[in-house]
Design a binder for this molecule. Structure first.
Ligand code: KG4
Ligand code: ZN
Length: 337
């Protein structure tokens, strides 16, 4: 059977992404990043919707041009249905619906968090990971432990009860006066810092539950106290503060992952979501994999932060399962796995 050709659209937050896939192969993958939010220190939903409206047509055109594929070759249109910002999702969904109607091809609704995990199944010339796979998904809005029994069977077995890991990085960066998004900045400064210099204790949460709000507060109180003694404390110690904070977040993430491994005995472990771009997490994650003797999968950077290739691969498995969306599809801002 000829593999389906899918055009996928991602517009859940502040990246307008469009990709074209044939089967599990990515033919083109284009991202228009919205710079407009930087000056506000976080994503402004209304501005995100407007920027998606401006970006969507040129991004689709570029993805098609790069792929050499024309509208008439497409087998289906895929779009992120949630979770995400409702106005931002609506831009992608409306556009995907019109394309699906105009081209008379099916519409596929994709769950953004499921897609982050399924990014591991993009054809990269290597075999699929062995199942069950246990994936730690860490993004700006979510922190989840997901048990994957087959490419399209995913179950959440652990999650955060408050802030997400990416949110903890972003909020910490804001307190430190670093620009948004803070995660990559903290990662960058940490490279020259001592991760053991300061201690930020992480909370004792039960089972496979995470909680990040206390970590951010402990950083805030610590800085307040130190700044009373030295007004330039942050400037003088920025690398050590970043490295120590990053170490606390990353160690906490991996402690629960290790605990989950003893419970569900996965055949492989994986990282997904924007925070999996973090260099310390990548390093300690592969160390854990060697220690536990379980093969690990770390996605290429281009498939960790929001992108449409992951939406396309998720849609591919929906296509194989004959799961299509109706044309009355609406955004699901709070969708969960
Ligand atoms: O998955 P993603 O692109 O968007 C959401 O679905 O949320 O994740 C964005 C998050 C942001 O919180 C950002 O600060 C974080 O990923 N991030 C990082 C790094 N790169 C991106 N956090 C730590 N270290 C990084 N290198
Ligand atoms: Zn995401």
């Amino acid at each position: 059977m000829k593999e389906p050709v899918i055009l996928a659209i991602e517009s859940s937050c502040d990246e307008t992404g469009v990709a074209v896939l044939q089967g599990r192969k990515v033919i083109s993958n284009v991202i228009a990043t919205q710079k407009v939010h930087e000056q506000y220190g976080g994503v402004v939903p209304e501005l995100a919707s407007r920027a998606h409206q401006q970006n969507i047509v040129p991004t689709i055109q570029k993805a098609l041009n790069d792929s050499g594929i024309s509208f008439s070759d497409l087998s289906a249109i895929a779009v992120t249905a949630g979770p995400g910002l409702s106005g931002a999702l609506l831009v992608g969904i409306s556009f995907a619906k019109s394309l699906s109607m105009g081209l008379n091809v099916p519409l596929i609704a994709v769950d953004h968090m499921k897609a982050h995990v399924q990014a591991h199944f993009i054809d990269s010339g290597t075999p699929l990971p062995e199942f069950p796979m246990l994936c730690l998904t860490v993004s700006g809005g979510h922190t989840q432990l997901v048990l994957v029994s087959s490419p399209n069977e995913l179950k959440e077995i652990g999650r955060t009860i408050d802030d997400a890991a990416g949110e903890a990085f972003d909020k910490a960066a804001k307190v430190l006066g670093l620009p948004y998004p803070g995660g990559p900045m903290i990662d960058k400064y940490s490279k020259n810092g001592n991760p053991q210099k300061f201690k930020f204790p992480f909370p004792e949460t039960p089972d496979l539950k995470y909680s990040f709000s206390g970590l951010k507060t402990s950083l805030l109180y610590f800085l307040r106290k130190e700044k009373e003694k030295n007004e330039c404390f942050i400037e003088d110690n920025i690398s050590d503060i970043c490295a120590s904070f990053q170490e606390a977040v990353v160690s906490y993430l991996l402690i629960k992952l290790k605990k989950a491994c003893t419970q569900v005995k996965p055949k492989s472990i994986a990282l997904a979501g924007g925070v999996s771009a973090n260099s310390r997490l990548r390093y300690l994650f592969s160390e854990l994999s060697s220690q536990l003797n379980i093969p690990c999968y770390i996605p290429p950077i281009e498939f960790t932060t929001d992108n449409a290739a992951m939406i396309g691969i998720s849609a591919y498995f929906e296509f194989l399962d004959n799961r299509f969306a109706e044309l009355n599809l609406v955004p699901s801002p709070k969708a969960s796995l």
